[in-house]
Design a binder for this molecule. Structure first.
Ligand code: ZN
Ligand code: ZN
Length: 632
């Protein structure tokens, strides 16, 4: 991979350009003697985190101002959320007041420069305190929450960095409410309230939980310490000890593949939100944030948690350390643009499921059912014919939980790099295994990538050891490891939208993918939203479908279908009574108008796909399958 020069602040508007050329960004920046972040939360019910940043300036500091910037997004979630929108009451003072002291400090003028940047006039001060409040009331892996129960934060949504000084070491001091305890992936002792980080990026990679009543369980694998923090807002049903044991199984399965992880301690930060809406998982270097919408006592929630654990822990290697070129350090003034998310997320999806099998949490049948589901989702998705895996990765800012005020056609035109990448990984794994006669696997490819790019490459930035890769590097390494050229596979199935070679791949392990037309006799092209409090609404209409031919649109309220009100439980059965080519009357409401139309049904274009045993499978492919699923 050819390295490119990096810039940490891109001048994307005239105002910033003028500001920067006024001496703030003049090439090599002299480091500031110290940067200390203070976090307090004196009024949890307000959801306002109180942040102050104390900056000591060099003795010969001549610049008229210092700038602070809120990131537009944060690593792991690639939509732009503009965290600056929740910042309030920004102010600056000359000097730094020692802890607990009462100081009279002179104010310093603060000017908002753009949507994410504040500039403080130094007026000759040798040190500054920059303070603000930031609202947070979302329990998630990206945003932050402060309320009467806890503070759970992700640093990107609350901490501003100093423009041009993001690589500098930073200290963090947290002042928790009385009786609340702090924990994060870099906690070394109980009661710790201060941390030193090598740079701002590592500080925001350290999500933190502060509450009076979380629990902590520990285990050790290969000399590394693992902590499981659980904060439950619902019943646990006595399941925590079993959960911790199962998490340990996942850790053992994944470290068995990769070898020892590059940390001494790792912390799972797990919330059971019991609010039926908050759900997330986010990877970090020495921790993960996992939020489940239900309660631990519920079986489906227990299973979901382990599914997320298997995925997030795999990220310890894939994406956090073995990373696409563009993923760290980051430019937080514009959305990230990388072709590698189908590897970073998709391959992790695949291995998360495979590791659930290898850890003994799933049996073979459950793993194959799960992958059949993914094949069904992708192969029935119209976007799969229009968007490649690389293009999907580049579209992450539009796809990754992105809010859309403008109506889009993404439901018809896009695919997610998660399931698409998952299938690419599975097929590539089987091709490597089959074409190398069982001698090599995608496990070997991933280890080789980790070795080359993380362990052996010299650092190419302040942020982290090693350097990032490009998708071409994966092609090169996979071809080398398997002893077979994968250029054609990459061209067809990763850079373009050709169907993956399921037949060849699954034949190597004595399986095949069966494809049957769905039993539903219709293809109306309607995707509906049902909500008990209102009539059903069309969420979106498939392109080139009977619904589109009939002039129906997303947002239309369905008054009746075939003369009857529509029910979630029966609308498919209603349609199934009609044959292809028959016309069904439908009435919708749009913009205060009542519109009558006719749906003329087409032949179904949806299929049921399933990974199944080949009846002619011999011992050899069965042995390859056993090696694949067991990792042995
Ligand atoms: Zn909590
Ligand atoms: Zn992930």
């Amino acid at each position: 991979m050819k390295e490119k020069p990096r810039r940490f602040l891109l001048c994307w508007c005239a105002l910033v350009l003028i500001f920067m050329t006024s001496g703030i960004s003049s090439g090599q920046e002299k480091p500031f003697p110290s940067i200390t972040y203070h976090l307090s939360m004196s009024r949890p019910v307000s959801h306002l985190f109180e942040v102050s940043v104390e900056v000591e300036l060099p003795g010969d500091f001549k610049d008229p101002s210092v700038s602070f910037q809120m990131p537009k997004w944060s690593p792991g979630r690639y939509a732009v959320f503009d965290f600056a929108k929740n910042v309030q009451e920004v102010r600056a003072l000359a000097g730094i007041c020692p802890a607990k002291a009462q100081c009279k400090m002179a104010p310093r003028p603060v000017r908002r420069v753009d949507d994410q940047t504040w500039s403080v006039a130094t007026l000759g001060s040798s040190s500054l305190t920059f303070a603000y409040k930031v609202f947070g009331n979302d329990l998630s892996g990206t945003f932050s929450q402060l309320d009467e129960r806890h503070a759970n934060y992700n640093g990107g949504s609350i901490y501003m960095y100093l423009v041009d000084h993001k690589p500098a070491p930073v200290k963090l001091v947290i002042d928790p409410p009385s009786g609340w305890k702090i924990i994060n992936g870099r906690t070394q002792r109980p009661g710790q309230t201060e941390w030193q980080f090598p740079n701002w990026d590592i500080m925001i990679d350290t999500p933190t939980e502060i509450a009076p009543d979380w629990t902590l369980d520990d285990f050790e694998v290969d000399g590394k310490k693992y902590h499981v923090m659980v904060h439950s807002f619902g019943a646990e049903g006595g399941k925590r000890p079993a959960l911790v044991k199962d998490i340990e199984k996942v850790v053992r399965a994944e470290t068995a593949m990769w070898g020892p992880p590059d940390f001494d301690e790792y912390t799972f930060l797990i919330h059971f939100a019991a609010d039926d809406e908050s759900g997330d998982g986010m990877e970090h270097l020495t921790s993960t944030q996992i939020i489940e919408p239900g309660a631990l006592s519920e079986t489906s929630v227990y299973d979901d948690t382990l599914d997320t654990v298997a995925h997030e822990f795999f990220h310890v290697w894939n994406v956090k350390r073995l990373r696409p070129y563009e993923l760290g350090p980051w430019d937080f003034t514009k959305p990230v643009s990388t072709r590698g998310l189908f590897v970073a997320e998709g391959f992790t999806n695949y291995y998360g499921h495979l590791m659930s099998r290898r850890a003994g949490l799933w049996d073979d049948a459950r793993f194959l059912r799960r992958e059949s589901r993914t094949i069904n989702g992708i192969e029935n998705d119209p976007g799969n014919h229009l968007m490649s895996a690389e293009e999907s990765s580049l579209s992450a800012p539009f796809l990754d939980d992105a809010p859309h005020a403008q109506k889009t056609n993404l439901a018809n035109t896009s695919i997610s790099y998660y399931p698409k990448g998952e299938l690419i990984a599975m097929v590539l794994d089987l091709l490597v295994r089959g074409r190398s006669n069982g001698k090599r696997s995608l496990d070997d490819v991933m280890r080789e990538m980790y070795d080359e790019f993380y362990l052996k490459s010299p650092s190419n930035s302040y942020y982290l050891h090693g350097r990032g890769y490009q998708p071409e590097d994966l092609l090169r390494v996979a071809s080398k490891v398997a002893g077979v050229d994968f250029e054609d596979f990459f061209n067809r199935c990763i850079r373009n939208t050709e169907t993956l070679p399921y037949d060849e791949a699954f034949a190597y392990v004595g399986l095949h993918v069966t494809k049957t037309a769905l039993k539903e006799a219709f293809n109306a092209g309607l995707v509906l939203q049902f909500d008990d409090s209102r009539v059903p609404v069309i969420e979106y209409v498939r392109n080139n479908s009977p619904a589109e031919d009939a002039g129906l649109q997303g947002g239309d309220e369905i008054v009746d279908l075939a003369g009857k009100p529509l029910k979630e439980s029966s609308w498919r059965a209603t349609l199934a009574r009609y044959k292809t080519g028959q016309s069904i009357p439908i009435t919708v409401k749009r913009n205060r108008r009542t519109i009558k139309a006719n749906l003329v049904l087409k032949e179904t274009e949806r299929f049921a796909l399933k990974i199944e045993e080949r009846t002619d499978a011999t011992a050899e492919p069965k042995a390859l399958r056993a090696a694949w699923l067991s990792g042995k």
